[in-house]
Design a protein around this ligand. Sequence first.
Ligand code: HAM
Length: 496
Amino acid sequence: MLKKSMKKIKKTVKSVSKKRAEEPAKKNIQEEKKLILAAGLEDDEQLVVKGPKGKLPSLLRGMKDVLPKDWPYWKKIYHTAENIAEAYGFGYMETPVLEEASLFTRSIGRGTDIIEKEMYVFDDRDGTRVGMRPEFTAGAVRAYISHGMHTLPQPVKLWSFGQLFRHDRPQAGRYRQLHQFNCESFGAHDPAVDAELIVVAYNFLRDLGIETIVQMNSIGTSEDRQNYLVELTGYLRTKRSYLCEDCKKRITRNPLRVLDCKNESCRPTLEEAPQIVDWLSEASKNYFMKVLEFLDELEVPYTLKPTLVRGLDYYTETVFEIYEDPSTSSGQAPSAGSTGSPQAGAGQQSALCGGGRYDLLVGELGGPPTPACGFALGVERVMTILRRKAEENKDKIEKESGGVFFAHLGEQARRRTLKMIEDLRRDGVVLHHSLGKTALKAQLELANKFAVAYTLILGQKEVQDGTIIIRDMESGIQEIVDQKKLKSELEKKTKI
Ligand code: HAM
């Protein structure tokens, strides 16, 4: 009797302390959610439960884990990138995450947000000043020069996919570890090259079901810009009192960067600023017109955006950004900002892609004078749209690649299941199962959680007559098929 009540007491104590341990975690989630909503982050932002204070180091701000539920989207984006880059003749290249910090400073430019505020820089153990790559272009140029790629037939076309680091202020669509699909074309100063790159980015997004608009501008050659910068600096000086502190500092140091300011209060003044297109030489104007003609020919929708200057210093002539078509998105208009970085206000939209021509960079970094052009697409921003579309269309992307669930009924079937699972896996079928569960209901519930389109059911009867049931999880319709024909039946149904 005493033993029994001791057991009961222990059980109650255990359940109370479990409840207590869970409470701070729940509170944490609610608080995090409030913070996330206040910061305007998306719903899919990861909520990470922090462990007991001081025990579990937390996920760093602006960083994300890629979880199995995210993977179908990543796979789709990566494979679409791979297919399109290879179809257009780009070769895959990976450069290291760490490079000498000066590579980025010299390429991206001292007066830019990336270099001034966002670079992860530190001294390596041997004293070398290193930087974590904030973009791919500088590393691609370094690799082009150090591997003597100028001796290869030109243009040399390279693509990359991977993570980058910018100590940006985290908010919707802006992370500190981000991923890009990046393409560069070295060795040709030809409007067809610029247009081809824009088409690659545009078709990549279209293949993913995202309708877009390309914003176009030309910022001319460095000679074109000399007179323009005098005019711009004069204008900005007269409007100094309307500009933010950062802009005031940049008027003399790097006036073009002022046009790139993300501060909403500076916008009206910057919209009125003199426009670079009016200072382009005839050659630059003609070059830009040809790029636009190619886009017309290729039926790529674009708008001209005279204030678009991009947030990096290496560009010459063509610059572009790509946004989701507002008529197909949630009705937002592209932001007035020119860097494609989302603004703090509501109703603003983030650039999915940014790029342009940079004819001087290879020469400036010590290579032979080599024209070049490229773009980078933000993987996280593309993924947010895919996820939103999947929800809108109730189209479960997870389902497409979620595989098949294998359920069994009875001991004999359980033994046979193992062998059948191995055979199916060898044939390339993605399978989920739960050999530990015996009740069919529990197994079907699990199949629903995996969001599979089909469940295979093997019972005693099926083992004996060499058949198996295929259950369509949406309609609940079941079909009995010969085990020998199972693979071909699944191929027909799931196109695996
Ligand atoms: P970017 O405009 O700095 O250009 O970045 C390209 C794209 O990366 C943006 O349009 C956006 O989709 C994404 N992106 C940028 N910052 C973040 C962030 N903090 N979080 C999430 N996504 C972000 C470049 O990087 C140039 N290297 C492009 C280029 C290649 N130009 C010539 N070749």
